[in-house]
Design a protein around this ligand. Structure first.
Ligand code: ADP
Length: 492
């Protein structure tokens, strides 16, 4: 039976006249849920409710707010399997990866709940006698969290948990391809004790997201998604004056040097390029390989890639699931055509998969382009599918130049046995995340997550996320009983 869901605004279930469906990408005929398409009035109601709730939530002591998040972490841990299976049905990633996504939510809840007893500020001497100076973190207000479909639970958790622990209230607008996982996560947080109105969810597509992003009652927009959408959100926030945190695209490179452990590098490349069907912003979509080992690396990579088993993520044999929807499938295939026209050589895949068990879903064969030149579109643009481009280089200097020669700067990796070279690369790679002898994916929640250049606007989630969801307040307490003038009194 198909589930019919609603928005949740102020703890109330709110339906709507027009609806959309969330479907299983492995069996596109299976409708996972039916959701209302949020309209302007729904967004107004959610933002107003969140504004009202902010008045009391900001006054709840942070350790009490955090206790609710600890409870949510335990609940999510207990329901990990159920939530993971739902995620695989709705989003397609293999169950083992869906479990990782849910675990990331558990980790984030525990990590951020710990901040309830920290949220450290600073004290510092005043330049004047009998005067006390400190800075404290304050909540910002109503946070609009607009999330993508590739990490249907982890990404909402990265935003909602820190927003709430800091005393903000939230309106979540999850991706229209994965609304049910996000909905269940919001219900779980409310079951753990988040009060009505403090956390609201409005479903819908880009129009709903746009209405939320430009709402004058929103104080902060936290967005993860495409560069194009991020830019339009930044424009909207420039008009309203809302704070804005953007996590956008990536075109991440693994550098494989001539002294690398090749088996290890191939393991990392296959996992980084084809895990989650390449639909991670940190996916290894470029492999920059030293010419001395280029042909050996290519044949090992192709050999391994051809053995990957495509299928429904709920089957234990599946290593690569479907891609999210039909338009994404077509977009990926268009890039294959673009790559061929540019002169890149397809040595593996390059087709919409149509074998047994794959005809009712959106499957693309893991694809490797060889002999790619750094300026080709397939080496510059984010494809967001199981496609990687292998680029030969003469040596370290050229490898770094190619790795940094793109508009994005999220993640990068180098495989080398030379410790000096590894440290030089840590210095030279212009990305927010750098891995040594590991793939470009695998971020942990307590380290800063985000990128340089057009990957974002300078913010970091994960480890330093409280800098996004709090505002610094400087406080001076004068206990001298006299008028003391800074920069004037006690000066020569
Ligand atoms: P993706 O390619 O990952 O789907 P999008 O940027 O299109 O990236 O979508 C990410 C999120 O942004 C989704 O929740 C989507 O509904 C929302 N969204 C899409 N367009 C807009 C927009 N113009 N303004 C605000 N949110 C939007």
């Amino acid at each position: 039976m198909t589930e019919r869901l609603t928005h949740i605004i102020g703890g109330q279930q709110v339906a709507g006249p027009t609806t959309f469906e969330s479907r299983n990408p492995a069996y596109w005929q299976e409708v996972v849920g039916v959701f209302p398409s949020g309209t302007g009035p729904d967004v107004d109601a959610a933002v107003e409710t969140a504004r009202l709730a902010f008045r009391s939530w900001r006054l709840v002591p942070a350790p009490r707010r955090a206790e609710i998040l600890f409870r949510a972490a335990h609940l999510l841990s207990e329901r990990k399997e159920e939530m993971s299976r739902l995620m695989t049905r709705e989003m397609g990633k293999p169950l083992v990866e869906a479990r990782g996504d849910v675990q990331e939510g558990v980790d984030m809840l525990f990590y951020i709940a710990g901040e309830g007893r920290r949220l450290f500020g600073e004290t510092t001497p005043s330049e004047l006698p009998s005067k006390f100076a400190m800075s404290v973190r304050s909540p910002i207000g109503v946070c609009a969290c607009i999330t993508p479909w590739n990490f249907p639970l982890a990404i909402p958790s990265w935003k909602i948990a820190p927003a709430l622990v800091a005393g903000n209230t939230v309106v979540l607008k999850p991706a229209e391809d994965t609304p049910l996982v996000a909905h269940r996560f919001v219900e779980l947080l409310m079951e753990a004790g988040i009060p009505s109105g403090v956390l609201n969810i409005v479903h819908g597509g880009g129009d709903t997201g746009a209405a939320l992003a430009k709402h004058p009652g929103v104080d902060l927009v936290s967005f993860t998604g495409s560069t194009e959408t991020g830019r339009s959100i930044a424009h909207a926030c420039a008009d309203t004056g809302a704070r804005v945190s953007l996590e956008l695209g990536g075109k991440n490179a693994i550098i494989v040097m001539e002294d690398a452990d090749l088996e290890l590098a191939v393991d990392g490349a296959v996992w980084g390029a084809f895990g989650t069907s390449g639909q991670r912003c940190t996916a290894s979509s470029r492999l920059i390989v030293h010419k001395n080992i280029y042909s050996t690396f290519l044949s090992l990579l192709a050999e391994r890639t051809r053995t990957l088993v495509l299928g429904d993520g709920l089957e234990s044999s599946t290593q690569v699931g479907p891609v999210i929807n039909q338009s994404q499938l077509q977009r990926i295939h268009e890039y294959t055509e673009i790559g061929k026209a540019e002169g890149a050589r397809v040595i593996c895949g390059g087709e919409i998969a149509g074998g047994e068990g794959l005809q009712e879903g959106w499957f693309y064969t893991p694809t490797i382009f060889a002999d790619v030149e750094p300026q080709m579109r397939v080496a510059q643009e984010e494809i967001f599918g199981p496609v990687t481009s292998v680029i030969p280089v003469d040596g370290y200097e050229q490898a770094i130049e190619v790795a940094n020669g793109i508009k994005y700067g999220l993640s990068s990796a180098i495989y080398t046995a030379n410790v000096n070279r590894a440290f030089t690369a840590m210095r030279d790679l212009n990305t927010g995340i750098v891995y040594v002898n590991a793939s470009t994916i695998g971020a942990e929640v307590h380290l800063p997550f985000g990128g340089t250049k057009q990957t974002g606007n300078g913010h970091r989630e994960g480890g330093h996320v409280l800098d996004v969801f709090t505002e610094w307040k400087a406080i001076y307490v004068d206990y001298s009983g006299t008028l003391q003038r800074a920069q004037i009194d006690n000066q020569p």
